[in-house]
Design a protein around this ligand. Structure first.
Ligand code: GUN
Length: 293
């Protein structure tokens, strides 16, 4: 078993991004600028957004946080998005999900200027990604492709099974793995909550990407020897012994599955750390007008 080490890869790539940000600053006199919008006080979202802001500072980006209480109206939020779209000093805009029930996330996503949509959630970016045109690629799937590339994992011709079909991970991941790119060129199967006998598919997987949000969902009896396992699970449970007050669990039973895997991501220390890299790379690409000129 070999570890796909998110800590190692993310630190290495952060160093590269910091160098590129410094070159951008020298050339233009400004820093790439990411704005995050956070609504309410969801514990997970608070943690993720704080980490995004902190990492922006680390690599020499400017970052701004716009906060609203959970009772903000959809209208007010959309007006803020319009204001951020129009601000020439902003390269990337993210609205942290999930949003409170009275706000339509699709409406908010579509209102963000696709040229600043560094989450890659806007339909224009999704469509361009599917066509293999320049686009912003959703941060978690993007981070996973960077990790596969870093370790030189062969994907062409392999059977990639993705568990989960969310807009944020499963769905874009399946598109990326099927595209004629490296990594990519897989035969892709998407399993989800309505798939009977998921084990039938996972047992045939050469590459297994799990983003279903259930602790220990994938067990040793569900995988074949030599499988590459990417665990996207971020299941938080309160813990009295951890200093943060919670402990993170993946979707894969690591101790059971790891002995059968050729490569596997740990949780924490795997995919979670790569997500921020995807976001930073998109923000830098936006500042450099690499995707949309
Ligand atoms: N919620 C969970 N993951 C993400 C993400 O990548 N971007 C945003 N905006 N919200 C999220």
């Amino acid at each position: 078993m070999n570890l796909l080490d998110g800590k190692y890869v993310s630190e290495k790539l952060k160093g590269e991004i910091a160098e590129q940000a410094a070159a951008y600053l020298a050339q233009t006199g400004r820093k790439p600028h990411l704005v995050a919008v956070l609504v309410g006080h969801d514990g997970g979202s608070e943690t993720y957004v704080a980490s995004k802001m902190k990492n922006c500072e680390k690599v020499g980006f400017k970052s701004s946080l716009v906060r609203y209480e959970a009772d903000v109206t959809e209208e007010e939020l959309l007006a803020k998005v319009a204001e951020l779209n129009a601000d020439a000093d902003i390269d990337g805009i993210i609205v942290q999900l999930p949003l409170p029930k009275h706000i339509d996330p699709e409406k908010v996503t579509e209102r963000i200027d696709h040229r600043k949509d560094v989450d890659g959630f806007h339909p224009v970016n999704l469509g361009r990604m599917q066509r293999n045109l320049p686009s912003f690629i959703p941060a978690t799937p993007y981070g996973i492709t960077l990790m596969l590339k870093e370790y030189g994992i062969e994907t062409a011709g392999k059977h990639c099974v993705v568990i989960g079909r969310s807009n944020i991970v499963g769905s874009p991941m399946s598109i990326l793995m099927a595209r004629n790119t490296t990594p990519g060129n897989c035969t892709v199967t998407i399993c989800h909550s309505r798939t009977p006998d998921i084990k039938k598919f996972t047992l045939d997987a050469d590459i297994l990407i799990v983003a279903i949000g259930k602790k220990n969902f994938v067990t040793a009896d569900m995988v074949k020897d030599g499988v590459v396992v990417i665990d996207v699970g971020m299941n938080r449970e309160t813990s009295a012994t951890n200093k943060s007050g919670y402990k993170l669990y993946g979707d894969v039973d690591f101790d059971g599955v790891a002995p059968k895997a050729s490569w596997i991501t740990p949780v924490p220390g795997g995919v979670g750390l790569m997500t921020i890299i995807g976001l930073l790379k998109n923000t830098l690409a936006s500042a450099n007008k690499e995707v949309y000129s």
